[in-house]
Design a protein around this ligand. Sequence first.
Ligand code: ADP
Ligand code: CA
Ligand code: CA
Ligand code: CA
Ligand code: CA
Length: 420
Amino acid sequence: MPLQNKHLAVVLQNTYLPFIFEEAEALGIKVTFFYNQEEVEPKHLKNVQNFIPIDLFHTPDKALEIIKAEHHKNPFDGIMTLYEPALEFVSQLTEELNLPGLSPFVISNCRNKQKMREVLKDNDLNTPYFKEVENTEELKNLSLPYPVVVKPSNGFSSQGVSRANNKKELIDSIEKVRRVNEEDLSKFTKNKTGMVIEQFIDGPEFAIETFSVEGEVYVLSIGYKGNSKGPFFEEGVYIAPAQLEENVWQSIAREAARAANALGIEDGPAHIELRLDPAGKPYVIEIGARIGGSGISHYIVKESTGINYMELVFYYVLGLKPPVLKNERKRKRVVGNYIIPVQGYGIFKEIRGLEDVRRDTEVKRVIQFITKGTDILPYPHFSGYPGFILTTHDSYSDCEQYYSYLDNKVKIVYKNKVNA
Ligand code: ADP
Ligand code: CA
Ligand code: CA
Ligand code: CA
Ligand code: CA
């Protein structure tokens, strides 16, 4: 039990997704949870020893002081986060406290989509046309390979990401992204306001979950993420393992591993999004140097392959050598995360059908994030996911069938509005 009684600091976590806390408890790890002080103290988390509020995005210096002071009183063996906008803060901390973690340089390249593209291109990965702009003035002398996608340079959760099929739509999209940068993201990204225009890669999307050990990238899972054509990119399904011919699996795995290497993810987890173009050529869309989906990727990997992803990550952040891995395609069963579509906007009232769904044998967990009375904005603004339905199945087609059932069964009811 090498992880027993180790002390882990977790910085911000969506407490509806408690995988990180549950796995820590199962392994005997003691957790100090630095939670967002704007939320109520998450006392319901029985597996956390110590709760400390911080206000990371308004007073980051103070948050840093609080965490360092706690470390001196009651030292951590490691610090981690699964929350994309907190990654840079945590890497700064691990560097200052000399704890395991990727360097701020590596993390900032992953957090900025323009820098990420530059690094991938410099390392000869398949790269779509890309160009960072600040405003529509800069479009004057550009000839662009439409359709394109515009996105905030430092965004997350698909906020603002919009497709444009021609110059007129592009000007409109740029205005949308500018507003998302200014209104929705400024709290997280401060003065980092650019946006990136990219060629739209038209083909199926996959999520690749990896774990690196001293520069060796192990591909734990490849899952299917739908084939959205836009104009906005609301998350939909995640089914693993994806149904792929061996050679396609290998080519996706190779490109993903090369991307993790190129960006300097020498150790620890990465969540990589990738699309195949019409010729079947893999293009990395982006990389997150973390377990994806606030822990959903752990569920996907563990249930579909039997590999305890979170445990691997704990070994790494707590400064221990992880168990030996093999680069092989493991399959236990088919698992999925059905992301309940927003289905419009307005004042949220309820999600119909969930009570029945909870009783189905396929369903492992139902997680509802939004609460009655919440204002849900239309895309490309993002007001949070309505909910996740985590399932397991004997076969891929069983999963697909169950998802079509859910498409009809699960309905969101809004007050004061028409479903757009
Ligand atoms: P975020 O960090 O906000 O998740 P992404 O770059 O991952 O931003 O974009 C969100 C989604 O938009 C992707 O999952 C993908 O579906 C779509 N997307 C982004 N860039 C492209 C692209 N170049 N071609 C096709 N789809 C894209
Ligand atoms: Ca380090
Ligand atoms: Ca991202
Ligand atoms: Ca993404
Ligand atoms: Ca996505």
